[in-house]
Design a protein around this ligand. Structure first.
Ligand code: PLP
Length: 427
């Protein structure tokens, strides 16, 4: 049966689209390796890992086998009063992979919820430590942490993604964005705005939340490890928790297993998602330290007040265990290093194009920033005609391919990027 595009257009919401004038959608009937197979049989090389999640590619036998085996045993069971092997072993693996201070794991169903959970944990922690006035979260401009209400409250209010929700979004504190440039040394005034907010409002701030090293959906901007290290020191000095949102950066994307490793720091709370399940089933996790968990237990509620229906879904946990087993086979460091080298060779020439403002590469992330907003429909169509799947946003054309992409496939992607960046009328 083929896809009913008319019904889709009339009745089905897609992310960030209008029902009046929806952008064209492309029907996908299958996906294999690093390719999407369109309804009409055309094959597109995937430059996005399906919003950065499918790092092992599609149809990976280990993931399919894990999900299938789990489905025959236990597809779902409530997590209240019940546990199961997949959740326990996944938690054990995540604790072993992340920094030593993170010992407690909350398994939720999407990245946004992992952020909600982290924020709620931080607030409950301070209630347990006798500082119930610490209810606010401090973050930096340019960030993105998800689309639910608490997550929206720590997204950049200037960028217009969530501004229309007005007063229903809690007002948080914002400091200047980290200065761009991965290799950049820290300047005296780089952290001034953050420190000023902590000085002015620290007694009401429960935590700082930040995407380590790379601000993703807020603009694909890289910033220096020195900034992150200094931020950790500020959090300690002003007694606020540090929440690191590694939903986009986790599991190797920036060239380290976790982006915080670039700075040699540890989080009090860590949010994971996307590549956690290899992108096969929605799953996210929030990890916290013993100290945070014990503060929550000492709070008036005595328990952590969150428990979604699909918490620790066994199918998702089985997929995540398989995904983590692949990550722990440790091929990703060579794969990501090879992707980074090739992106540097093949994307950087785009700097010479008149419409291009900047080209930057870190790990398996390659970004061409245009001088103006990209015409998404036009760019999308051009990419599809060139046989690749790249999803521009704002002024950005970017690649975050699966780690298993071949050099030939990656060259197809980078050539398409250069070709589209040079097109007349693209921005
Ligand atoms: N945090 C970061 C850094 C993200 O990049 C995203 C999604 O792009 C989220 C949170 C939200 O995750 P989800 O879309 O799974 O809710």
């Amino acid at each position: 049966m083929s896809i009913d595009f008319e019904f889709d257009r009339e009745h089905l919401w897609h992310p960030y689209t209008s029902m009046h004038s929806p952008l064209p959608v492309y029907g996908v009937r299958a996906a294999e390796g690093c390719e999407l197979v369109l309804d009409d049989g055309r094959r597109l090389i995937d430059g996005t890992s399906s919003w950065w999640a499918c790092v092992h590619g599609y149809g990976h036998p280990a993931l399919l086998e894990a999900i299938s085996r789990q489905s025959q045993q236990l597809s779902h069971v409530m997590f209240g009063g019940i546990t199961h092997e997949s959740a326990v072993e996944l938690a054990r693996t995540l604790i072993a992979m992340t920094s030593p201070s993170l010992t407690k794991v909350f398994l939720a169903d999407s990245g946004s919820i992992a952020v909600e959970v982290a924020i709620k944990m931080a607030i409950q922690y301070w209630q347990g430590r006798g500082q119930p006035q610490k209810q606010k979260i401090l973050t930096v401009l340019g960030g993105y942490h998800g689309d639910t209400f608490a997550a929206m409250s720590v997204c950049d209010p200037e960028q217009g993604m969530h501004g229309m929700f007005g007063e229903t979004v809690t007002k948080q504190f914002f400091a200047s964005a980290p200065p761009p440039g991965f290799e950049r040394l820290l300047a005296e005034d780089d952290l001034q705005s953050l420190e000023q907010q902590l000085l002015d409002h620290g007694t009401h701030i429960a935590a700082v939340i930040i995407e380590p090293i790379m601000q993703g959906a807020g603009g694909m901007r890289f910033y220096s490890p020195a900034f992150l290290k200094a931020l950790r020191e500020l959090c300690d000095r002003y007694r606020v928790l540090l929440i690191l949102d590694e939903i986009a950066t986790g599991f190797g994307r920036t060239g380290k297993l976790f982006a915080y490793e670039h700075a040699g720091i540890e989080a009090d709370l860590l949010c994971l998602g996307k590549a956690l399940s290899g992108g096969y089933i929605s799953l996210a996790a929030t990890l916290c330290s013993d100290e945070v968990a014990s503060g929550i237990s000492d709070s008036p509620a005595g328990v952590f007040m969150h428990g979604p229906t699909f918490m620790a879904n066994p199918l998702a946990c089985a997929a995540a265990r398989a995904s983590m087993a692949l990550i722990n086979e440790n091929h990703w460091p060579q794969q990501v290093a090879a992707i980074e080298a090739q992106l540097n060779r093949e994307l950087v020439p785009a700097r010479a194009l008149p419409q291009v403002a900047d080209v930057r590469v870190l790990g398996a992330v390659g970004v061409i920033e245009m001088k103006g907003a990209v015409d998404v429909a036009l760019a999308q169509q051009a990419f599809v005609e060139l046989g690749v799947w790249v999803r521009p946003f704002g002024r950005l054309l970017y690649l975050m391919p699966p780690y298993v992409i071949s050099p030939t496939q990656l060259t197809r992607l980078t050539s398409a990027m250069l070709e589209v960046a040079a097109m007349a009328g693209i921005c």
